[in-house]
Write a protein that binds this ligand. Structure first.
Ligand code: DGL
Length: 265
C-alpha cells in the first residue's frame, strides 16, 4: 500500500521550518504542504481559545490541499489545541509534545527533565502531563524563554547578549540539576549551541522537531500511507501574509532558499 498525497504541516510562522528540515532528512520522498500563519504570529502569547480557532482554520486550509497527515509543528498550538483538533478532523493529526516527551523520558538518567518554550506552552503544562503519563516519578521543570524567538529570527546565535539572555533564562533549570532539556519551541533548535554551552555537555537536548519527524515516519509506515516513489519530494509553502519576510528568514531555518512561497487564498 502507498499514498502519494502530501503531508500537511502548519506553524504560527516560519519556525515550523525546523520540522520541515527534519522531515526532509527522515522522509525525503514525501511531498509536503506547509502553512505558516505569518499574519497572526506569535501564538506563544495568545489564549487557548484564539490559538485553537487559528489552528482549526490552518487545518481547514491544509485539508483543501488533500493532505494525508497533519503535523502541528507549533509547540504552542500542540500544547493548547491538539486534543480539540483531533476531535474535529478525521485526518490523522500529530503534535510535537508526545514525541518530545517520549524521547526525554527514555533519555533521562536522574529523572529530572527541563522544558523550555513560549509562555503559553510552559503555562499549559502539556509537556509535564505527557511526561508524567509515561513516568510519574520524573520531576519536570519549565521555563519560558520568549526572547529566543526574535533572537533566532534575527540570526543572532553567537552574540554576547544572546549568551547573557540564555544564561539568565536557563539558570533556574541548571540549579535544578536536570540532565535532559526539551527544546519545546520551533525556534529553539537554532539556538542549540548557545543552550548547550550554558547547560553544559552533560545535559542532553531533545529536539521536538526531530522527534515528531521520526514519529510521522512510524505512523505513515504502520498505516500504509508512505509514498512509494523514490524521487525527491515536492515542498509547497503557503503563508497568510506577504511572503517576503518569510522567504528571507526561511534561509536560517532550512539552510536553503525557498523560491515558491505563496500567500494563501
Ligand atoms: N511556533 C511557536 C512555538 O513553537 C513559536 C512562535 C510563536 O510564539 O508563535 O511555540
Amino acid at each position: 500500500m502507498s499514498d502519494a498525497r502530501p503531508i500537511g504541516v502548519f506553524d504560527s510562522g516560519v519556525g515550523g521550518l525546523t520540522v520541515i528540515a527534519a522531515l526532509t532528512r527522515i522522509l525525503p520522498h514525501e511531498d509536503i504542504v506547509y502553512f505558516g500563519d505569518t499574519a497572526r504570529v506569535p501564538y506563544g502569547t495568545k489564549s487557548k481559545e484564539t490559538v485553537t480557532r487559528f489552528s482549526v482554520e490552518n487545518i481547514e486550509f491544509l485539508m483543501r490541499k488533500n493532505v494525508k497527515l497533519v503535523i502541528v509543528a507549533c509547540n504552542t498550538a500542540s500544547s493548547l489545541s491538539l486534543d480539540f483538533l483531533k476531535r474535529c478532523f478525521r485526518v490523522p493529526i500529530l503534535g510535537v509534545i508526545d514525541p518530545g516527551a517520549k524521547c526525554a523520558v527514555s533519555s533521562t538518567r536522574n529523572n529530572r527533565v527541563g522544558i523550555i518554550g513560549t509562555s503559553a506552552t510552559i503555562s499549559s503544562g502539556a509537556y509535564d502531563k505527557a511526561i508524567k503519563k509515561i513516568n510519574p516519578r520524573i520531576s519536570v521543570f519549565g521555563q519560558s524563554c520568549p526572547l529566543f524567538v526574535p533572537l533566532a529570527e534575527e540570526g543572532w546565535f553567537n552574540k554576547s547578549f544572546t549568551k547573557d539572555i540564555a544564561a539568565f533564562y536557563l539558570k533556574p533549570l541548571k540549579d535544578r540539576m536536570i540532565d535532559t532539556l526539551i527544546l519545546g519551541c520551533t525556534h529553539y533548535p537554532l539556538m542549540r549551541d548557545v543552550i548547550q554551552a550554558v547547560m553544559g555537555k552533560n545535559v542532553l537536548l531533545v529536539d521536538s522537531a526531530k522527534e515528531v519527524a521520526k514519529e510521522a515516519r512510524i505512523i505513515l509506515d504502520s498505516s500504509g500511507l508512505l509514498k512509494e516513489s523514490h524521487g525527491v519530494g515536492r515542498h509547497c509553502f503557503f503563508v497568510s501574509d506577504e511572503p517576503g519576510r518569510f522567504v528571507k528568514t526561511a534561509r536560517l531555518f532550512l539552510r536553503k532558499r525557498i523560491t515558491c512561497a505563496r500567500k494563501a487564498v
